[in-house]
Design a protein around this ligand. Structure first.
Ligand code: BG6
Length: 467
């Protein structure tokens, strides 16, 4: 195990910062959507904007070697004309400086879903103009922070973001529109390639990657029908991000199928050239669960995700008409309260598959599990369930490293309790509890102290087992 392995934890700007209308920040699409629909929002989130020094100190005391966080576009760029907000820029200099002062390597995500509303008003990610504006935003980030930050990622989970916003409709802009899903996906992947190109042109002294919501695909049986469904599911879940970003070529069988039904003429030859020539240096994989697949049977497409929790079994349902169905009720599986399967083997297998196929360095940029926890009523949450979950997943990574994969870092999701998109604040992931009702008091959980030992021993205290 390399001494340089980056042990850390992760957050995202909208989910932890709060201060939604402070420091010259303008609204993101999440502010507008959640306020308009009267939903739980991130106005104050975990108050990280005001507590970042305390939070970074706790990371250091918790043995962290790295902190993965994102830059908020609406905090940095004020308007469509690209006017920079100096206060926003200063905030991220402060975070980065604080990390460096504490010996913590900043691992920066340029976009973790908080698109400025002024771009959403223009049609958001379905517009080429927004793709170009993103590259301009990235340029500001490189110029401002490029001397200090060595690890960059363009996007957090483009697949999850686009599908949730444009296909499932449970995230803003709340659509169920296949042509727009394809458009938004394409422009994000083009923006990724253009940003990699810019990064290289500017000669930034560092590495650039992309973060993907990785769901290794498994089949319910070995039949040919299931294998065909698995290939389609793999394109849907993984290949169109990973192949495009790493090999420079989207899965051609998928494009050919889509091309028969939808107008893809906005995808230009020169775009594909840029995609081909500008591939990432590394890949960030966020792993929560595998995707268990069975062949499509009948009926219309269904995209339903359990944002309610409380073991609302049967709430999650994904059927892609003519392609595949996703299984959420395998009798041999264990699920958390939000229908998320607990399956550490999938992380080992997923890493091995990705490494064999792509042969580039991998960082596990998110991994964790959620619980309902009473933080207000206790001094510290005794979250043995989380410790067990993290141990089994880190074990899977150590095994993958032993089996030859180049995994260079691991980030627990999340550093502290934070806003969990449509699930609100009840769904807690943090190593550090946040008492949202009492001045955002920080209360490290048992997992925080356990993870400190993991970081400090470079993984030696992990209880090992074979799959
Ligand atoms: C990832 C995201 O999809 O999963 C995070 O990058 C997110 O932003 C995390 O919070 C957990 O998902 P959720 O929906 O439970 O908050």
């Amino acid at each position: 195990m390399s001494e340089n392995f980056l042990w850390g934890s992760a957050t995202a700007s909208y989910q932890c910062e709060g201060a939604w209308d402070e420091g010259g920040r303008v609204p993101s699409l999440w502010d507008i959507y959640l306020h308009k629909n009267n939903l739980e929002h991130g106005d104050n989130a975990s108050n990280h904007y005001h507590c970042y020094k305390e939070d970074i100190r706790m990371m250091k005391e918790g043995g962290h070697k790295s902190y993965r966080f994102s830059l908020s576009w609406p905090r940095i760029i004020k308007n469509k004309e690209g006017e920079i907000n100096p206060e926003g820029v200063k905030f991220y200099h402060n975070i980065i400086d604080e990390c460096l002062k504490n010996g913590i390597e900043p691992f920066v995500t340029i976009f973790h879903w908080d698109l400025p509303q002024y771009w959403e008003d223009e049609g958001g990610w379905t517009k080429r103009e927004v793709c170009d504006a993103y590259v301009d935003f990235a340029k500001v980030c490189f110029q401002e922070f490029g001397q200090k930050v060595k690890y960059w990622t363009t996007f957090n989970e483009p697949r999850y973001y686009v599908f949730s916003g444009y296909l499932i409709g449970n995230y803003p802009p709340g659509l169920n529109d296949i042509p727009k899903t394809i458009e938004a996906s394409f422009y994000m992947m083009l923006a990724n390639a253009k940003t990699v190109q810019l990064f290289k042109r500017l000669g930034i002294n560092g590495k650039i990657g992309i973060v993907h919501s990785y769901s290794p695909v498994y089949g319910v049986d070995n039949s040919l029908e299931t294998k065909i469904a698995m290939r389609k599911a793999d394109n849907y879940f993984n290949n169109w991000i990973l192949d495009t970003a790493i090999i420079g070529e989207p899965p051609m069988d998928m494009l050919a199928t889509l091309n028969k039904k939808y107008d893809l003429s906005y995808m230009k030859e020169e775009d594909f050239n840029i995609i081909r020539e500008n591939t990432v240096d590394f890949i960030g994989l966020n792993y929560y669960a595998r995707a268990l697949i069975k062949p499509y049977t009948s009926g219309e497409s269904i995209f339903r995700i359990n944002n309610e929790g409380k073991k609302a079994k049967g709430t999650s349902k994904v059927v892609v008409k003519g392609w595949f169905e996703q299984v959420f009720d395998n009798p041999n599986s264990q699920y958390n309260e939000w229908d998320m399967e607990i399956f550490p083997e999938g992380l080992h297998e997923g890493i091995m598959r990705a490494y064999k196929k792509y042969r580039i360095p991998i960082y596990i940029t998110e991994n964790g599990t959620a619980f309902y926890e009473d933080v207000a009523g206790v001094d510290s949450v005794n979250d043995q369930g989380r410790i067990h979950f993290l141990n089994s997943h880190i074990n899977a990574i150590l095994q993958a490293i032993e089996d030859g994969a180049e995994v260079l870092g691991y980030y627990v999701w999340s550093t502290m309790d934070l806003y969990s998109w449509k699930n609100g604040y009840e769904k807690r992931y943090g190593l550090i509890g946040v008492d949202f009702e009492n001045n955002y008091e920080r209360k490290p959980k048992a997992s925080y102290y356990w993870y400190k030992k993991v970081c400090e021993t470079n993984g030696d205290i992990i209880e090992r087992s074979n799959f």
